[in-house]
Design a protein around this ligand. Structure first.
Ligand code: GLU
Length: 473
């Protein structure tokens, strides 16, 4: 399809979440696409908090959004706009529509509206107010709602960068309420006024808002404002193709954090949900920014694929700075109430290079470093304990001597010493490796032996071996 209509205004996109207590992964993906597109076009990415539901819009719920965006690395370029605080401005726009004859006062009472609804349903049409063309002289003295004077026939076309041209028959759109009789602005009106005032050029959001785009287009036109470029994104589905829900495991951004996924993984992964660059699975932010365009978003729903997500996360864990990973791992261990001592972070840091290749999440990384933090003596599994007879302990004693002679206690010399020892004993590594591993790490998982010993350090490694040597054969 062709590119979206060009506008010479500088590109400005926004994410407009409602603070409901969690930040949905779909909202994160929407934020990412807005951020990528703004960056791609050298524009700005903005945040609007749609906090008109006063019960749910608590300080804490707003914080969840700030934290979610910060964690994802998608910082808005300007301070957030709060929708509720702009109600006066919304009312001002309604006054303008009234003055232009593009809106009207609707004095229908609740009962009259209900009766009209019934009639409309029976006649298979939308609700129409008798006040649409009423003479002001007939206006009663009672509260009124304000409705948009929508076109009665013809069609409203939403030119969508993802969906193409979507046509709505005007006869099927009722006259939208702009202001309720209690003076509160309605959602569609507020969105249009805010997007206009924020000079938003591209509205990129979930396709559950496609119908709203038709409504909003009519409001833009009534106000004589430039309609933004629409881009409605397909929803994210679970691996089974059903709409993403609790049973698929996770929905909230914070849950992905808690499950040990890195934000750069999420950016790369979410970018692939509905958009892509050929077969590229792994790309940097810079590449995504250079390549991203909304016209390349596909309109079919995207499916969450845990195996792919894990694969990507493993990639980014292998790329990450060890000090950052150590900090994350310490946080996880603290949350698990692991008793930590001074110096443990340094031990974790030293261990990370030996364990991270196998880790799909930072939780797995935390599991993988536990062996280094254990206090002696190790808890040797019964099966291995039974193998530690006189002959085996004799061999372990000789091995200890060989290891103690290693001058440079680091990976390569240790690996060489182990090989040389096996050769000198005339046995394969399998004849003492599993036992040594249990002696060094107990029942905890541990990397290969040279890595395990490098991570533990000389004194701790030899002490753990000494503990085993002092066991009764
Ligand atoms: N507040 C809406 C939502 O959270 C977004 C509306 C929009 O992006 O226009 O779904």
């Amino acid at each position: 399809m062709s590119a979206p209509p060009a506008s010479d205004r500088p590109v400005r996109t926004r994410i407009a979440p409602s603070p409901t207590g969690m930040m949905h992964i779909g909202t994160a993906r929407t934020a990412l696409f807005n951020w990528l597109y703004a960056r791609h076009r050298g524009g700005n990415f903005l945040l609007r908090i749609e906090d008109t539901d006063r019960e749910r819009s608590t300080e804490a719920n707003v914080q969840v959004i700030f934290e979610g965006l910060a964690w994802l690395g998608l910082q808005p370029d300007e301070p957030p706009v709060f929708q509720f605080a702009r109600a006066d401005r919304h009312r001002e726009a309604v006054a303008e529509l009234l003055a232009r004859g593009q809106a009207y006062r609707d004095y229908m009472t609740a009962e009259e509206l209900e009766a009209e609804r019934e009639r409309a349903r029976a006649e298979g049409r939308v609700v129409r107010s008798p006040w649409r063309d009423a003479d002001p002289a007939t206006w009663p003295d009672r509260p009124y709602a304000v409705r948009l004077k929508s076109p009665l026939d013809g069609e409203t076309i939403v030119r969508d960068a993802v969906k193409g041209e979507v046509k709505f028959q005007n006869a099927s759109l009722d006259d939208l309420i702009l202001l309720r009789s209690d003076g509160n602005p309605t959602y569609n009106l507020a969105v249009v006024v805010d997007d206009h005032d924020m000079a938003i050029t591209h509205v990129i959001r979930g396709d559950d808002h496609l119908n709203n785009a038709a409504r909003q287009t009519v409001i833009y036109e009534a106000l004589g404002w430039e309609v933004p470029v629409w881009a409605h994104l397909p929803l994210i589905h679970g691996p089974d193709g059903a709409k993403l829900s609790k049973r698929h495991g996770a929905q909230a951004v914070s849950e992905f954090d808690d499950m040990g996924y890195l934000p750069e993984t999420m950016r790369n992964y979410l970018a692939k949900l509905g958009w892509g660059h050929g077969d590229d699975e792994i790309f940097s932010d810079e590449q995504a920014i250079a390549w991203f365009d909304i016209i390349d978003v596909v309109s079919a729903p995207a499916r969450l694929d845990w195996a792919k997500l894990n694969h990507l996360n493993n990639h980014y864990i292998r790329l990450a700075e060890p000090a950052r990973l150590a900090e994350l791992v310490m946080k996880i261990l603290k949350s698990r109430d692991v008793r930590l001592r001074q110096g443990d972070e340094a031990l974790v840091l030293r261990t990370i290079p030996f364990v991270r290749d196998g880790a799909k999440t930072t939780l797995e990384l935390a599991d993988a470093v536990i062996f280094v933090l254990k206090s002696r003596p190790m808890d040797i599994p019964d099966k291995v304990r039974a193998q530690l007879d006189g002959e085996m302990l004799g061999r372990i004693g000789r091995l200890r001597a060989a290891l103690a002679a290693v001058a440079d206690w680091s990976f390569d010399p240790l690996a060489a010493a182990l090989r040389a020892f096996a050769e000198a004993e005339g046995v394969g590594m399998g004849k003492f490796g599993p036992q040594l591993r249990a002696i060094l790490a107990g029942a905890s998982p541990a990397p290969d032996l040279a890595g395990t010993m490098t991570a533990l350090g000389r004194d701790e490694s030899l002490s753990r071996i000494d503990d085993a040597l002092s066991l009764p054969a």
